[in-house]
Write a protein that binds this ligand. Sequence first.
Ligand code: PLP
Length: 399
Amino acid sequence: MKDTPASSTACVHGGERPDPSTGALEPPLHLASAFAFDDAAQAAGAFSGENAHLIYGRWGNPTVSNLEAKVTALEAPGEESGFDACATASGMAAIAATLLTLCNAGEHIVAPRSMYGESARLLRERLPKLGIQTTFVDQTDPASYERAITESTRVLYVETPANPTLTVTDLAAVAAIARARGLTIVADNTFATPYCQRPLAHGVDLVIHSMTKAIGGHGDAIGGVVVGDTARIRAIKETAIKTFGGVLAPFNALLIARGIRTFALRAKQANQTALALAHALAEDGRVVRVHYPGLPSHPGHAIARKQMSSFGALVAFEVESLEMGRRVLEAVRVVTHAVSLGDVRSLITHPASTTHFSMPAEARRSAGIGDGLLRISCGIEESVDVVADVTRALHAAVR
Ligand code: PLP
């Protein structure tokens, strides 16, 4: 599988063809919740799998299928025949459905210490109630995944770069451990995006995205997706879509597919701004520490260079205190103070009091999420404007 940045050509044309019934270039929005059968034999064949006739919106919808084909083309270019995607109502729906498909009561997951707060909460609080335990490990050390594996382990879970610390995990090394032990490796690729990193090319089995973020890109549609081999995706569709009902609404599918057409252009601009911002912050005496995998000073830089073609749109940095962090948030003008990421707008958050508030304070500390940590998701504004805004906000915050 190729490991090159998602190209604009793939973003525009991937998984698409003119609508067969009208020739429309823009795929139609199918809102129907049920689809008529010509006769009893066709209905029976649709249910038994003998024909591909559509049945019911929760089991399949042409607008959603079009989006799934587009995302498959981004994450598994040239390999679409063996791969498929399952779109879900949100990124969390994709994560929950994937783990509940792969794990049963009595089974075990190995996951990183630093990861998206709600994913951590699912693993730490919710899955144990269903008999599924998780061991959290130092994600910078693949051997710590190996050491945590027990007889009941089914999944090695990776998020790289991680939310919000930008910690990097060696995908190929953890995938090799999973392969040797017959386990499934799942990677949340939301932060990296297929523009920067294709986990499937490094041996990962299933790739998850919050499409709410850079893939949709406009901050107007919540959605998630899992991409992988057709057999695993078929199983996840049975659980996530048919049984749990976490289906993506067709209108959101249309908005996200439309967003994908400009994804590579947006990612290129946002990554360029993030790199410029990271360098500017690294030279700013008011900043205690900068976390960006593209900086040679980042502890995961060498691995990032190996597995990423560019370093993403997210930059985290630490200021001396919670109070100063709050003053920075209140002083930005071009950058917007809001959660989420991957938007056309640059966004700034304070993880310890927002996205990672639900993490116990001790877990936050061991994940490296300090009280003075701020996270910026670069948008598509001019790089100089974003850098100047953050620099000015830092100046205002120390006065
Ligand atoms: N994964 C990561 C890395 C995230 O940052 C988020 C949300 O911020 C999610 C998953 C969940 O996505 P959603 O909000 O679409 O459920």
